[in-house]
Write a protein that binds this ligand. Sequence first.
Ligand code: NAD
Ligand code: ISE
Length: 342
Amino acid sequence: MTLRVGVIGTGMIGRDHIRRMTTVLAGVAVTAVTDVDVATAKKVAEGLPGAVLHATGEDLIADPAVDAVVVCSWGPTHEQYVLGSIAAGKPVFCEKPLATTQDACRRIVEAEVAAGRRLVQVGYMRRYDAAYRALKEVVDSGQIGNPLMMHCAHRNADVPSFYEKESAITDTAVHEIDMVRWMFGEEITAARVLIPRKSRNGGPLQDPLLLILEMAGGALVDVEISVNIRYGYDIRGEVVGEDGTAALGDLSPVLVRSAGQAATPVPVDWRERFLRAYDVEIQEWVDSIAGGGVPLGPSAWDGYAAAAVSDSGVEALRTGTRVPVTLAPRPALYDAAVEVPR
Ligand code: NAD
Ligand code: ISE
């Protein structure tokens, strides 16, 4: 059986997910698209034989030829489309963040709990990345002892002009926020932000930033967020345990020795670095919901928990203080939701 998917938002990641669903993955077809940028959506639809171009996301969700929805529009529009999909009883894969505030994510969690079944998956793709999965296996094996700290770096060569000061937390570090909840299997309890000297490449942004996260079990996580580092897209992570350390390995399969230098290519952007992770993520989503199953990846609860930490991070950035994270009680629908079944 082929899962018929409608895609809302045909921007950068929308087009990338359409490409993988139509040319890389199995058991899925894109049957409908929409975007407020009608010209782009029309062009995308023309390249998809049989696909319908809808005027609105609501029309796409209601289309009987759409079994499941993929939301790739801007963050502030996610809530309305995820709630619309839940109301229609259709599975929905929503790119991160689930919504831009924890209150909006709460409303999604409440709607899903009222519906009585898991319909939502959030696009936190690092859980599907081979390097992160290998790192988690080492941590879980106990080989390096109890994990005490994690050092992370999230570096973008540059960011779009609409990227704001808070985006460093809400749009960028939110990946680390989700990843460490999964890596450590526990919640984050407080956030702080330290502000170093400003990069001349950062324009109006405060760039870089250092986000410090406190884990429920006492471990500390530091995240360097540099979004105008120019040299490429570089994602780093090292867990420090009692008896050893474990880090994400070198990412390029090739090391070139030439003209007196040994060099490894650095990915240009997230599309290149996480290419395979996105493929695995969407294929596992398709396989999990085909035939009426439930999505097994990052849940609406995970989206809510990440947004709550992100809200604390934004407040810490604004106030320069340590800001605790307060989570609502987790509904039973999400028991064991921090762990991704493998
Ligand atoms: P983009 O600006 O390239 O594309 C977003 C598209 O959404 C645009 O074409 C815009 O016209 C459309 N849009 C805006 N409002 C809409 C509405 N109400 N209805 C329909 N379409 C609407 O942005 P992008 O980089 O593709 O990011 C989109 C989403 O994906 C964001 O939430 C972003 O955080 C997320 N993202 C995730 C990753 C990842 O690594 N998982 C990477 C990049 C982007
Ligand atoms: C973008 O939206 C992503 O999600 C990328 O993975 C991240 O590296 C980038 O900073 C975000 O703007």
